[in-house]
Write a protein that binds this ligand. Structure first.
Ligand code: ACM
Ligand code: ZN
Length: 506
């Protein structure tokens, strides 16, 4: 019965989308031109793709075939009539762009990169999901507004098993999100194997026994597997190693990393202070040697040109008392501990540059004023908008993740799907080219079940996709709402626990 009601509901929405002439794709494509007629996808249609594109085509056919009784196949050569054809086209200049021509007789997807084909096929997938196989003839010309369309997953506070992260990658990539920022370390846990420093996972991935809570970590082989999985779906994994603050798990593993050299306990978030005083010592050469050792393995492992070093919420009380930190300040003519953090960040940035990597940090890294200028700021402190405006005007590149719009751990009553949908990250009077993009942050300090994580992410991720990909002038809340309801039905069928956001579902 539930299935029948859902079917009726689904058909009703399909009809209303079709009648509103809005192609049911999230995020809204850059340009859609409608033609006469309909393309009907045969259950046994072929996807004709050169062998270099067979894996991207097979991801599509595997998905579609798993939905119902389709049995699409990928072939290198075949007739165009009635089928879907992938054609390499150098005239598609945007690396993530594509052109999708749906004509009554055939479908052609043109792109100049795997990413473009992947996205053309994701658009096809959404049309099939939301249109029962009968697709209105149309030409879609599409490319993103922003190059960084991300979600940060805090896998430190609540460790997320590999398959859960893969499940999110599947559903983020359907909506053309292309960055998963992994917050791999924090006070509550170190979640990545570092071969040079085995205690980081032997000690640092576990809570102290009195807290009776599970930890966990990813081996380097698992990370390699995850990178491959994400890359095939055009998702870049950006690793974050938090420093100098939020580093209790590392300090519990190697106490000499701190100024005092004593071993702290690994608390759960709510049983310890929300911000711990213990941070890395910025005065000892041995701290830098350790960080460089970790970064060597991280840079080897992750193809991402970006490495995130955290940098937020670092209390400086221990630095004030530490002879090594004070000596470092004196030797470098620094006036205060903020400048010492700035020197610390600069040293890491210089090291990363020797490995052709760009440092990304939470926006506190601008405090102290000693950066080289090529670092990327992750703007999170919503109340510091005017400072960020100043830095963007000075030429810094930013990824916008403000607490006012992008914190997906917050309840829906403070950040709804509508809030993130309505967000435009570009501050009036600043240049859009300095905005790498937008990202939602999902902090997991509350111990989250999988269903609970799903609800925090969906349906807000759909609004995020729209803000990150679509041109501001193409965004239309009412049209989005109709399309979102269709997608919510699909996500529920795929066992995603979608929150009943009252801005979407009245
Ligand atoms: C942050 O939310 N502390 C980056
Ligand atoms: Zn120190």
């Amino acid at each position: 019965m539930k299935k029948i009601i859902s079917l009726i509901f689904h058909s009703f929405i399909v009809l209303s989308v079709a009648s509103s002439q809005e192609t049911p794709i999230i995020p809204t494509p850059a340009k859609v031109t409608y033609h006469d007629g309909v393309f009907t996808l045969r259950k046994d249609a072929l996807v004709v793709a050169p062998s270099s594109l067979s894996s991207v085509a097979m991801l599509f056919t595997d998905d579609i075939n798993s939905l119902n009784d389709y049995h699409l196949t990928v072939v290198a050569k075949g007739k165009t009539e009635g089928n879907i054809k992938l054609l390499s086209d150098r005239n598609i200049v945007h690396t993530e762009g594509y052109q999708l021509d749906i004509l009554p007789g055939s479908v052609t997807i043109r792109a100049s990169s795997d990413a473009g084909f992947y996205y053309g096929l994701q658009s096809m997938k959404q049309l099939i999901i939301n249109g029962s196989g009968a697709l209105k003839a149309q030409t879609i010309t599409d490319f993103p507004r922003f190059q960084w369309r991300g979600v940060m997953l805090d896998v430190s506070r609540t460790f997320m098993p590999l398959n859960l992260v893969k499940r999110y990658i599947d559903h983020f990539s359907l909506y053309k999100l292309n960055v998963v920022h992994l917050h791999l370390t924090d006070d509550q846990g170190w979640r990545i194997e570092i071969k040079k420093y085995p205690l980081l996972t032997e000690i640092g991935s576990k809570f102290d026994p009195e807290f009776n809570r599970m930890g966990g970590y990813y081996s380097q082989d698992e990370i390699r597997d995850l990178i491959k999985y994400a890359h095939a779906r055009n998702i870049m994994l950006v690793p974050e190693i938090e420093m100098p603050g939020h580093a209790v798990a590392a300090i519990a593993s190697y106490p000499d990393l701190s100024c005092e050299g004593t071993r702290p306990k690994i608390h759960t978030f709510f049983e310890g202070p929300s911000i711990h005083e213990e941070i890395f010592c910025a005065g000892k050469e041995s701290t830098y040697k350790f960080i460089y050792g970790v970064l060597d393995e991280l840079c080897e492992l992750f193809p991402s040109p970006y490495i995130h070093l955290g940098g937020d919420e670092a209390p400086k009380a221990t630095w004030k008392k530490c002879p090594d930190c004070q000596k470092m300040m004196k030797d470098n003519n620094l006036g205060n501990e903020e400048e010492l953090q700035s020197l610390f960040v600069k040293k890491i940035g210089d090291y990363l540059r020797t490995k052709n990597k760009t440092l990304v940090g939470w926006d506190e890294i601008i405090d102290g004023g000693m950066l080289a200028g090529n670092e990327v700021l992750m703007f999170w402190r919503g109340w510091k908008l005017s400072e960020v405006e100043k830095e963007v005007k000075a030429g810094f590149r930013v990824v916008c993740t403000p607490t006012t719009h992008c914190y997906f751990d917050y309840p829906y009553k403070s950040i709804s799907t509508r809030t993130i949908f309505d967000y435009d990250p570009v501050i009036p009077g600043t240049s859009e080219k300095n905005y790498l993009g937008v990202q939602a942050n999902f902090w997991s300090h509350i111990d989250r079940s999988e269903n609970n994580i799903d609800k925090q992410l969906f349906p807000r991720a759909l609004g995020l996709a729209e803000t990150a990909w679509s041109n501001a002038e193409n965004k239309n809340w009412n049209a989005f709402k109709t399309k979102a309801l269709l997608n919510i039905s699909y996500l529920k069928e795929r066992n995603i626990f979608v929150y009943s956001d009252s801005t979407l579902i009245q």
